[in-house]
Ligand binder design. Structure first.
Ligand code: MRU
Length: 345
């Protein structure tokens, strides 16, 4: 089995501290939802599905922490915690999805002890379901990949971005498990380096063949026949198929189109936002120091103005297929995405 990124253990939230990877594999434990919020904000835990489950576990801690005597008081405490957890990161759909799923269960409960129990059980169940979802996604996705494929991936959409197994890397794991020989090309993913620190680490940890490239070598590797398919994860997918994912995804998709290389996305249904239009989506802007320093050392002049968006939008015409736990959506996406949802109501 792959690494386990986040877990509920004896009324505590246990997670891998991803800021320490790849040099140290360290687990941190939290008993306060404010610590979970801080962990999401500071990228101790990251990746859309992982922060969805972290939000749910955060609310489970908030329920345990609450001294409420009545249902209304407890719901008030949970709403306060939800707001703090929700405001940590704006782009990934799964965070709001996870929080709302828990709140729905809480609102249905009759009394304080029943709500506390159901909130904790639901959060634990969501974590278990995340792994099952990724494995189903892997099964559907693996059929799109062939023996000897060289597959590029960007950022980390692996076990470390989910509870375990991963979305894009889950498809890669399932392809390998089906007996096909594959090689992964992982982009470094500046400025936070989820590709070199996390994807390269987790694939090596699991014995999957991987080459690391600087982000600037995407064009070179495609032009020189070193890549024949791309697969990435998603932070949010709209009903039209517009994809929001790690900054740089749009460049890779455009370059793949230029070279006739299929570009796939793997994401659970919980990443889909069927209501928003592209302009409604908030792109998280991160601090300048991520760009002006490397390993704590300054690599840009003092006082330089920096633009540091964490995500970008890839239009649907650049996407070959979207792999979910219930099947693969192909263009035209408005129709195929609707079908996936109506067939699974
Ligand atoms: O800023 P991050 O590391 O949270 O960004 C993560 C990504 O962009 C992933 O590709 C996305 O969340 C999908 S993870 C299965």
């Amino acid at each position: 089995m792959s690494l386990k990124t986040i877990e509920w253990k004896e009324n505590k939230v246990v997670m891998i501290d991803q800021t320490k990877l790849p040099n140290e594999l360290v687990y941190v434990e939290f008993t306060d939802y404010n610590e979970v919020a801080n962990a999401i904000k500071t990228l101790v835990v990251r990746g859309a599905p992982a922060i969805g489950v972290s939000g749910a576990f955060g609310l489970a801690l908030a329920a345990l922490q609450s001294k409420a005597k009545t249902k209304d008081e407890l719901l008030d405490d949970l709403e306060k915690a939800k707001k703090i957890l929700f405001e940590t990161r704006p782009t990934a759909m799964n965070l709001g999805w996870g929080l709302e799923k828990i709140m729905k269960v809480a609102r249905k409960g009759n009394d304080v002890s029943e709500i506390k129990e159901s909130v904790i059980n639901t959060a634990k169940q969501m974590a278990e379901e995340d792994v099952q979802t990724n494995m189903s996604m892997g099964k559907h996705g693996s059929e799109l990949f062939e023996n000897n494929d060289n597959i590029m991936t960007h950022c980390n959409a692996g076990a470390l971005a989910t509870v375990a197994y991963g979305t894009a890397l889950g498809v890669i794991r399932a392809t390998k498990a089906s007996g096909k020989k594959i090689k992964v090309i992982a982009t470094e993913t500046r400025p936070v380096q989820q590709g070199s620190r996390l994807t390269a680490f987790e694939l090596k940890h699991d014995g999957i063949d991987v080459n690391l490239i600087p982000d600037t070598a995407v064009g070179y590797t495609m032009a020189n026949g070193l890549v024949n398919k791309v697969i990435v994860g998603a932070d949010r997918i709209l009903r039209t198929g517009h994809l929001f994912n790690k900054i740089g995804t749009y460049q890779i998709a455009s370059m793949a189109k230029q070279h006739g290389i299929p570009f796939y996305v793997a994401a659970p249904l919980s990443t889909f936002d069927l209501k928003s239009n592209p302009d409604d989506v908030i792109i998280e802007q991160r601090k300048a120091s991520e760009v002006t320093t490397i390993g704590g050392k300054r690599t840009a002049p003092e006082d330089i103005e920096v633009i540091n968006p964490a995500f970008d939008m890839t239009p649907p015409e650049l996407i070959t297929g979207i792999i979910t736990e219930v099947g693969v959506a192909k263009p035209p996406y408005e129709e195929s995405i609707k079908k996936l949802f109506t067939a699974n109501k």
